[in-house]
Design a binder for this molecule. Structure first.
Ligand SMILES: Cc1cc2nc3c(=O)[nH]c(=O)nc-3n(C[C@H](O)[C@H](O)[C@H](O)COP(=O)(O)OP(=O)(O)OC[C@H]3O[C@@H](n4cnc5c(N)ncnc54)[C@H](O)[C@@H]3O)c2cc1C
Length: 57
């Protein structure tokens, strides 16, 4: 698939990249998201989050 098939490219699928890709998808934009790691981070990191993060999730 040619790169021009995507509206947005995001490098890095941490929480910020993953949320951005989902919000863009909800708005109808096709998004290519890539990460240098093959897997998700092995440790839990969402021990606490604020009201804005909770609304986004
Ligand atoms: C032990 C621990 C506990 C935590 N607990 C909490 C918590 O309870 N609540 C909270 O709000 N925050 C917590 N945090 C902080 C939270 O994890 C970070 O704020 C958050 O992960 C930052 O998200 P990010 O998407 O900006 O960056 P990252 O999570 O660092 O994601 C960046 C991604 O980009 C990828 N990447 C980097 N360079 C490249 C490249 N050149 N090419 C391709 N991919 C690349 C990386 O592999 C990574 O997947 C914790 C952090 C740690 C370490």
């Amino acid at each position: 698939m040619p790169a021009s098939a995507f509206d947005v490219a995001i490098v890095g699928m941490g929480p910020v990249g993953a949320v951005a890709a989902n919000l863009l998808g909800i708005r109808g934009l096709s998004t290519l998201i890539i990460d240098k790691e093959a897997d998700v981070h092995p440790l839990p990191r969402a021990i606490a989050f604020d009201h804005e993060a909770m609304r986004t999730m």
